[in-house]
Structure formats: C-alpha cells, structure tokens
Design a protein around this ligand. Structure first.
Ligand code: ADP
Length: 460
C-alpha cells in the first residue's frame, strides 16, 4: 500500500480545526486518512527556518511541519505568494507587486520544502502538492532525485497567457508545474488557460487527453472541482436550530428577512461591490426598507499585506455610509462583523437566510456557495445569488447568476430572490443540491488520487 503524502503551505493541525477560515483546510480534512502524511509550514515564524521537520502523530496521521524564518515568511508568503501570485491568478494585474528578492525567496522556500520532505519519503509514496504557494516544489523534488508520483492541485484560478506574462518569470513557474505527473484545476476554463500557457511558455502542444510532453516528461491534467460534505453540512445546519446563537439571531430579526454573506476579508470576494449592490437594493426597491437585514461575516485574513488593511478601511467606511443613509432608530440594514465564526454556527445562519450572496470578482471555486445550498430547508429554501466569476458558477447554473461589477444587476437579483415563489425556489434548490452532493470533498480527493495512481500503474 502506498502512502499519501499531502503537502500544503500550511498544515492544519487537528487541534486548531474549526477555528480557521479557508477552503483548502476544509477540502483536505477528508483526504487525511490513517496512514497518510501531511507536510508543510507550522504557521510559526522563528529566528531561523527549521533544518528538519517536526513530526507529530494523531489518529494515525503523521503531521510533519517546519517553521519559517521571519525573512523567508515575508519573501515567500507575504511577498511573492500573496503580493504577486494571488492578485495575478485572480486577474488583478493592477494589484500585482513584484520584487526580485521576494521571487527568489519563494523559489528558495519551495526548495527548502523539497529538502525537508525528501528524507521522509518512501519509494511508493504518492505526493500531492497543493496550491499556488508551492508551484515550483514538484520540480525541486525532481532535482533531488525524487521519482515518486507527484500531483499538484491549484485551488485558485489559472489565467490565460496574456495575463500570466504580466508576471516576470511566469515561464519558470509554468515549467516547474509541469514537473508534476498530474496537474489539477477547479474548472475547465482554468485547465484550458494552463494548457495555453504551457504551449506559450514551452511550446508544448496538448494532446487529445489534455496532457503534454516536455523534455521527455509527460504531464497530465485533470479538472476536479473541490466540494464539501453536503450531507454532513446539512445535518450540522439542522442541528444548529437548537443553538443559542441561532435563537439569538432569530430574535434579533423580529420577522425580517435575512440576507447573508460569509467570506474571508479578501479583495477577490467583491465585498465593496456587494455593499454597493445592497445599497442599490434599498434605493431601487424601497419596499425592502425595514424588511431586510444583511449579515456580512468577513473573517480578517492576511493582515500583514497592505492591500488587506486598506480594504478593511474601505469596508468600514462603506458599511457606515449605508447604515448612515438607510438606518432607522429601530433597524440597521447592514450588520458587518470582521471575525471568523464557528462553522456549525454559520451553517445554522445560512439556513435562516432568504438569500445567500456570493459575489466574488474571481474565485477558484467558492465553498460558501455550496455550504449555503447544503444548509437550506428543502421544503422552503433560500435563494443563492452567485457571481459568474466563481468557479462554482461553471456547474451551479440554477443559482441567480450575476456580474458582481454591476451593482444594479446584483440588486435586481437580490430583489428577484426575495420575491421568488416557493415552487421556483424549491426547483432551483433541488437541482443545486443534487450537484453539490455529486461533487463532494471526498469525491474530489478520490477522483484526483485515482487518476494519479493510474499514472503510476501506467508508467511506474
Ligand atoms: P477561500 O478558500 O478563498 O477562503 P472558500 O469559499 O472556498 O474561500 O472557502 C471558505 C471557507 O471558509 C468556507 O468553508 C467558509 O465557511 C469558511 N469561512 C469563510 N469566512 C468565514 C468566517 N467569517 N468565519 C468562519 N468561516 C468562514
């Protein structure tokens, strides 16, 4: 039996689960079956980067973590990963910052990851690397003689070549990604962009199965949308009816409709545009004045990155503007909180909401859209308003699909959701629920790993 070795920037230790917001930790929790290994950064910044991984066992899973020095953390994580790659791969070239020193720090930390992981590997292990922080690690492992099957999954979007080449050194990254045996994407669009980029960077033309060969190495690709445990989440939402927080929320609504948004506080999530759209709803459809409360839960994130601090100030101001313009002495239209909330509590909140507003300007998948659908009461469900630029929109076509930049259109969709007849709500919800039950967190892991293992049998 080959072991699964998962590698991600941050290892989510069992003790801290539930407390952290983010799609990757949720998706991977299922893959970590007994016997598997999870390798990555501990989340700790120390005077020096670790020379070897610290090993902890828990319920049969081996957690192997390294600490990073302050300088490595800043160059690799804050600088290049979150200052360059994150905006670039979300099509925000105007926000991209590039410093050669950060880029070199990124390559160096990917090599350190490879150095620290290599001694832990057994010949039959299957290595599964995750996400944009580790795009060059597969190549670094190869350079260290690692011949194991290596998969790489990108949880965020991939851009077309014309956008990609805004980043100096983009070709180096694409070549390094191709050192994996299997590269996975959330959507067909992302995969196509990668294949076009590979052709542009390396002259590697894709074959009929969307793979290509470069310098004798074959790279295959797969589209594997990340999902959630829909049934488990639905159960949690039902159970939440008895929680004190749920009862307090119901009491505070005094019969008003609830609209809900749940996000990390990130500029990709379209929060200022969403607040504007809610303002437009109250302006264009005044029948909802005093009849609706919008609850936006935004977990603070990446506070070391300047752009996130300025976003927070912008949202504080906008929330104040809306509430200043529309509040009454006994009604506040927008409730805005900037912290993480327990996932079970959120499940209960989704279930109370008439509308889920998921309007990212660009998102790899967006699990909140799926959680909102899973949490609904099938007999009287709320309506999902979903950005066409979320990966989830490729499949979730029965949502009210909007362009998040168009505040009037989003306002109109929210209005349509609020007045939608029950029959239509039930039909749309049933179709969406069937889809999210099909593509779960477990099926995502299974599909990717099955394909990676098949490659092993074919050539290993
Ligand atoms: P991302 O990975 O970019 O953060 P996703 O929507 O794919 O976006 O995943 C977000 C995950 O984090 C979801 O499971 C969601 O419930 C959770 N989450 C997001 N915001 C919060 C919050 N404010 N409090 C608690 N959990 C949150």
């Amino acid at each position: 039996m080959s072991r699964l070795v998962v590698v991600s920037n941050r290892v989510s230790m069992p003790t801290e689960r539930g407390a952290r917001a983010g799609g990757l930790a949720v998706a991977l929790a299922d893959a970590m079956t007994p016997g598997s290994v999870w390798f990555g950064w501990s989340g700790k910044r120390m005077p020096a980067t670790s020379n070897a991984a610290t090993i902890v066992e828990n319920k049969g899973v081996t957690y192997a973590t390294i600490d990073l020095s302050e300088s490595d953390y800043h160059r690799y994580y804050v600088g290049f990963s979150n200052g360059s790659l994150w905006p670039l791969l979300h099509y925000r070239t105007g926000l991209l910052e590039f410093r050669r020193d950060d880029y070199e720090g990124y390559l160096a930390v990917n090599e350190i990851f490879a150095d620290r992981l290599t001694p832990l590997l057994k010949p039959d292990d299957i290595v599964w690397i995750h996400d944009y922080q580790l795009l060059t690690m597969a190549e670094a492992l190869r350079q260290r003689g690692v011949r194991n099957r290596i998969g790489l999954f990108l949880h965020i979007p991939f851009v077309p070549p014309a956008v990609l080449h805004v980043l100096p050194s983009a070709s180096v990254l694409v070549r390094a990604m191709a050192a994996a045996d299997l590269v996975g994407f959330q959507t067909h669009g992302d995969r196509m962009n990668f294949l076009e980029s590979a052709a542009s960077c390396m002259g590697a033309a894709p074959d009929a199965t969307n793979g290509f060969i470069h310098q004798g190495h074959r790279t295959e690709t797969i589209v594997a949308p990340v999902g959630i445990d829909a049934d488990g989440f639905a159960q949690a939402a039902k159970r939440a009816a008895n929680m004190a927080e749920t009862k307090r929320l119901i009491e505070s609504l005094v019969g008003r409709d609830l609209a809900i948004g749940v996000d990390r506080l990130d500029y990709t999530k379209g929060l200022p545009q969403r607040f504007d759209a809610f303002g437009q709803l109250l302006h264009r459809h005044p029948e909802h004045l005093r009849r609706i409360s919008f609850l936006q839960i935004a977990a603070r994130s990446r506070e070391d990155v300047d752009r996130y601090q300025s976003l927070r100030r912008e949202l504080d101001r906008k929330a104040g503007d809306i509430n200043g313009a529309y509040s009454d002495f006994d009604w506040t239209p927008l409730r805005y909180m900037t912290r993480a909330v327990n996932r079970n509590t959120i499940a209960g909140f989704y279930r109370l909401a008439r509308i889920g507003v998921v309007t990212p300007l660009r998102d790899g998948m967006n699990l909140v859209a799926k959680e909102f659908v899973a949490a609904q009461d099938s007999a009287d469900p709320g309506v999902l308003v979903l950005s066409r630029f979320a990966g989830a929109a490729e499949d979730m076509t029965e949502a009210l699909i909007v362009n998040p930049y168009d505040a009037d259109a989003v306002a109109d969709a929210m209005h349509a959701a609020l007045i939608m007849e029950k029959d239509e709500r039930i039909t749309r919800h049933a179709a969406l629920l069937a889809k999210i039950r099909k593509h779960t967190a477990a099926s995502f892991c299974r599909d990717f790993l099955r394909r990676l293992k098949f490659i092993e049998r074919a050539t290993g």
